[in-house]
Design a protein. Structure first.
Length: 182
């Protein structure tokens, strides 16, 4: 007489659990490594966008310095029509925002460098919550703004800093990226 077999033996269950554990042990480090590489790439992209925006906005600011500007359809920082005073402070119009300018460069603020760099696809000045949705954080730093990528071990060490120029005629500084916390 044959007995009908129901279910799995304990040995079969153990073999399956060990196999799943081995696969997970091999796959998870690679997944974490890829996510870290993606955060680093995102940080480098943001740094390049900030450097490019600073250069482009500086060119526009020099051309419009202390000159009347047409009204701006975009929302954002400052008066409309935009104005840059003799000191190089005020605002400029872009396609998506009125951008805060200090000493003929984007100011180290959400309304300045973050809005001009387009890190967040919104009209006007992006909020901290909108930055967070895109995986970024921005915090005040000495003489500048720290741009961070969230999701790593320590966002403050997955960042770079945009520093405003110290005087009219000087250039802003963008630090190298720090990736130890990514």
């Amino acid at each position: 007489m044959r007995l009908a077999r129901r279910g799995f033996t304990i040995v079969e269950v153990i073999v399956v659990v060990v196999a799943i554990g081995l696969i997970a042990a091999l796959a998870l480090p690679h997944l974490g490594s890829r996510q870290r590489e993606q955060r680093i790439a995102k940080l480098h992209s943001a740094q390049v966008a900030v450097q490019s925006a600073a250069a482009l906005m500086h060119g526009v600011a020099r051309a419009r310095h202390n000159q009347p500007q047409p009204a701006c359809a975009a929302t954002g920082f400052g008066a409309n029509p935009p104005w840059l005073n003799v000191s190089g402070n005020g605002n400029l119009c872009t396609d998506s925002a009125r951008v805060q300018v200090a000493l003929l460069y984007p100011a180290p603020t959400l309304a300045g460098i973050v809005a001009s760099a387009g890190l967040v696809p919104v009209a006007g000045t992006p909020s901290a919550a909108q930055l967070a949705v895109e995986g970024y954080e921005a915090h005040s730093a000495p003489d500048g703004l720290r741009v961070q990528v969230s999701g790593g071990q320590d966002a403050a060490r997955c960042a770079f800093v945009y520093r405003a120029p110290q005087a009219l005629g000087a250039a802003p500084a963008v630090t190298g990226v720090e990736t130890s916390g990514c």
